[in-house]
Design a binder for this molecule. Structure first.
Ligand SMILES: C[S@@+](CC[C@H](N)C(=O)[O-])C[C@H]1O[C@@H](n2cnc3c(N)ncnc32)[C@H](O)[C@@H]1O
Length: 222
């Protein structure tokens, strides 16, 4: 089967290497990029309400085994709040907080999820407060400096708390706004930069498709 090239505004980019793509993306305004990306995906997926009947992504199912009632959590890159909605439903006593670079995404969260939301570019902005759990799901690969953001977010975890992140396993999941590809060694280096206690799990599915797709990582704050 022919592999489809990545799409930008409906046009296929045939002749771009990964390095060229990274250089091009680095020069873009990320806020505009993700506002457009949010609108595009929202249109494609049929909006928030349609998600209520969708399968729960495997990364969220894995996370639910770690959730405890009464905790406060921060979801960085919360998108339209689907994870928040699922946590509201399954863990009603968890305080949910979310930030996203996209204002449109944050507005959707405010309309659909019980929680506190804020528009924030995590690369430049400051995190308010401390949390029992901080989530960075499917976002580090989109950032200019994932290691700096990981450090900043880990600093917002309370002692005894956890930071969870997922990243696509190199070459298994490609998306046109990805600036980084991760393999096991890169994931270990990222974790070693913040803590000496962490666990890396391979997630066999992203949604319903088969094949190893993601690293799911639990980083422990002592
Ligand atoms: C691939 S989506 C993942 C959404 C969600 N965490 C999940 O697992 O389904 C990446 C999200 O990160 C947000 N994002 C990208 N760059 C960001 C930044 N610099 N600061 C905050 N959010 C950002 C995007 O707007 C988008 O909602």
């Amino acid at each position: 089967m022919t592999k489809l090239p990545p799409m930008i505004d409906g046009k296929a980019i045939y002749d771009e290497t990964f390095k060229e793509k990274v250089m091009r993306l680095q020069s873009e305004d990320f806020k505009t990029l993700y506002e457009n990306e949010y609108s595009r995906i929202e249109k494609m997926e049929g909006g928030f309400d349609a998600k209520k009947n969708r399968p729960v992504p495997y990364r969220f199912q894995v996370l639910f085994d770690f959730m405890k009632d009464g905790e406060s959590v921060l979801d960085v890159g919360c998108n339209d709040g689907y994870l928040g909605y699922l946590i509201n439903e399954n863990f009603p006593n968890v305080e949910f907080n979310g930030v996203d670079i996209s204002e449109k995404a944050v507005k959707q969260c405010e309309g659909n999820v019980d929680g506190n939301f804020k528009q924030l570019d995590i690369e430049d902005g400051k995190i308010d407060g401390f949390y029992d759990k901080v989530f960075l799901f499917e976002i580090l690969e989109h950032l200019k400096k994932p290691e700096d953001v990981l450090r900043k977010c880990f600093a917002a975890v309370r002692p005894g708390g956890r930071l969870f992140f997922t990243v696509p396993i190199e070459k298994n999941v490609r998306w046109y706004t990805h600036l980084h590809e991760f393999d096991y060694v890169k994931v270990l280096e990222l974790c070693e930069g913040v803590s000496d206690k962490f666990f890396v799990y391979r997630i066999p599915k992203m949604f319903e498709k088969e094949g190893y797709k993601l690293f799911f990582v639990e980083v422990v704050k002592k």
